[in-house]
Design a protein around this ligand. Sequence first.
Ligand code: FAD
Length: 302
Amino acid sequence: PYDVLVVGGGPAAASAAIYAARKGVRTGIVAERFGGQILDTASIENFISVKHTEGPQLAASLEEHVKEYNVDIMNLQRATRLEKKDFVEIELENGAVLKSKTVILATGARWRNVGVPGEAEFKNKGVAYCTHCDGPLFEGKDVAVIGGGNSGIEAAIDLAGIANHVTVLEFMPELKADSVLQERVHSLPNVNVLKNVQTKEITGVDSVNGITYVDRESGTEHHVELSGTFVQIGLVPNTDWLGDTIERNRFGEIVVNNRGETNIPGVFAAGDCTTSPYNQIIIAMGSGATASLSAFDYLVRN
Ligand code: FAD
């Protein structure tokens, strides 16, 4: 069996694997797609001490760093089941069962897509998902936010301080965001909130140049010219495969304490798949290190 088996291949998993291997314990990492969300990221400018990098380049550095150590990398393998017996068992899609004294879950999350024409085509060319990451790219420009829940309204408030103008598009007749956020957004002169509208298309040539929506009451179609669209209709943790074996909150996030411990002794979690309030590379790496040190502590004591 492994001492530490990491499930996932993003920044949290890479960090957890390196911290474990540096303790000299038997470490494995199972990743569906090594690199994680950063593979889909263009420029990264908030990974502190690295002024600028590109997602695929950072993903390659992560892998290179992990390979410096004695870590079994099982790439392109998906975990489908976790069970705690004498060891923690992880079953893979191909039927193999891996055993480990401790497991660190770092399966990340994915942004929910709106699925309209233009979204996939202009991803990283005006279509964005993370305001902390890409907001500054739209300084002084006009942008839209799709989604009027807490994350959408927080994004609009955040962007209002950077962009020239923000249009919020909410499908339902009412915003779902907390009232304090609604009050704040309505107080901002450069934010226009549209309710009961359906996004039809994100338009553009080489990059985004506008958004087309339908007023659901009148059925009329409108077009707004702008340079960016932030899709804020939810971040879904990749935790369905865990079923009821591990405690998750109503969003499906794995419940962890400040040591990265889950409700099952010997099972830890880190990064975007957990209840961690902010989803960023630097935070995922920090929580991966935390979970790994806690796993080592568990090994020492058991
Ligand atoms: P992920 O990166 O999501 O990695 C999860 C890993 O687990 C993947 O390798 C996946 O294949 C694997 N996996 C999932 N399910 C299974 C399974 N069942 N079995 C095995 N493996 C599995 N953050 C910043 O700090 N700065 C930025 O500029 C920035 N820009 C972003 C731009 C975009 C377009 C996106 C989508 C995100 C951006 N982020 C940015 C957020 C950042 O990428 C995430 O917070 C970070 O990648 C989370 O790391 P993670 O390791 O928790 O999860």
